[in-house]
Design a protein around this ligand. Structure first.
Ligand SMILES: Cc1cc2nc3c(=O)[nH]c(=O)nc-3n(C[C@H](O)[C@H](O)[C@H](O)COP(=O)(O)OP(=O)(O)OC[C@H]3O[C@@H](n4cnc5c(N)ncnc54)[C@H](O)[C@@H]3O)c2cc1C
Length: 322
């Protein structure tokens, strides 16, 4: 009756969210007096999971699962949950897992709570705290079904190392041919950069930067901070930056530790996607820009003066502290 998690593996390693999920599941399992089982799909070395509290890994290896397929992956998670008799199944809030979780819940006849931001308020009855209204509020949701599926919001729990090693078991699943009737012809992936999903820090630029030729300082600031770069919707609509960088209500959600907005006004649709970030900083010439109302720190100033100065100071700080 272990707690089951689905741990995403990409480009030769587990995603940070997978390790966060393991850390979280360990605590949930402890409060339920049980263990954590992780299911992996075409993962290589899985030993890292043991360091974050996973007791057992079910390794699924099948070339048909090389590319993400929500229905087939949901079937994998469902079969793993049934094998383990898991009453609590936990997924992350990546784009893939947000597709998966509801399908898993239907397959297991389970209640489903997304956007969970903390350890269960209570395990009997099973109640979880969730983000609501684009992270402007919280609610507590009670799941009364026998099996419960929850999705942990990104960067809401953090990593907690545990001592121990996970036992590994190869797990053969039965796949349904009907789930493979969509063929992906090609995939384009941004590589060599910090992804917005995994980033601890995000540096984001808006229309206040005037044009794509001015993004050098945003990239340099991101590079000094080890951050991902992002942008507002009009910036990607204007093709100043790729659509993969568009964040907000209609773009990617950001739940980083630090979000730096440069020349972004702070329209409600932008804030909706970045509100879950822990510390928000804005640099804007207009003191009336709405972003200042939600920011933790703000600089009223011209980005073309403030950002180069910030880069200079950060470089000095790093040089003096290395
Ligand atoms: C249905 C819908 C969905 C949407 N979804 C999204 C979304 O997901 N994400 C999103 O971002 N937007 C979204 N929008 C658009 C949103 O409403 C805003 O129009 C957009 O966020 C504004 O982008 P911006 O802040 O870059 O540009 P602007 O609103 O033009 O703001 C530019 C800012 O830069 C400042 N500035 C100018 N010069 C400088 C300088 N030299 N230094 C510093 N600051 C300077 C200005 O004072 C201003 O505040 C959506 C809109 C709709 C209707």
């Amino acid at each position: 009756m272990s707690v089951l998690i689905y741990t995403e593996f990409s480009e030769g390693k587990f995603k940070k969210v997978a390790l966060e999920l393991a850390s979280y599941a360990k605590k949930v399992a402890e409060s339920l007096g049980t263990t954590v089982t992780a299911v992996t799909v075409n993962a290589g070395d899985v030993s890292e999971l043991g360091k974050y509290g996973v007791d057992k890994v079910l390794k699924v290896t099948d070339s048909k699962l090389d590319k993400f397929n929500a229905k087939a992956y949901a079937d994998v998670v469902k079969q793993a949950a049934q094998k383990e008799g898991a009453k609590v199944v936990i997924l992350s809030s990546t784009t893939d897992s947000l597709y998966l979780a509801p399908i898993v819940a239907v397959g297991l006849d389970a209640g489903y709570a997304s956007n969970v931001v903390a350890l269960p308020v209570s395990t009997s009855p099973f109640q979880v705290k969730r983000n609501a209204f684009s992270s402007k509020g919280f609610n507590v949701t009670e799941l009364t079904s026998d099996v419960k599926v929850i999705a942990l919001a990104k960067n809401s729990f953090g990593l907690a190392e545990a001592s121990g090693a996970a036992a590994t078991e190869d797990f053969a699943v039965t796949l349904n041919d009907a789930d493979f009737n969509i063929h992906i012809q090609s995939q384009e992936k941004a590589s060599g950069q910090v992804s917005i999903a995994d980033a601890e820090i995000v540096v984001s630029g808006g229309r206040g930067l005037k044009g794509p030729e001015n993004w050098g300082m945003i990239e340099e600031l991101a590079s000094v901070l080890g951050a991902a770069t992002a942008c507002s919707k009009p910036v990607s609509d204007l093709d100043w930056r790729p659509h993969s960088e568009h964040v907000g209500q209609t773009g990617k959600p950001v739940a980083s530790n630090l979000y730096i907005a440069v020349g972004i006004s702070g329209a409600i649709q932008h804030i909706a996607g970045i509100n879950a970030s822990k510390v928000k900083v804005v640099i804007n010439t207009d003191p009336e820009a709405p972003f200042f109302k939600v920011a933790d720190y703000g600089v009223v100033g011209d980005a073309f003066q403030v950002v180069p100065e910030l880069i200079k100071k950060l470089k000095e700080f790093k040089a003096n502290n290395n």
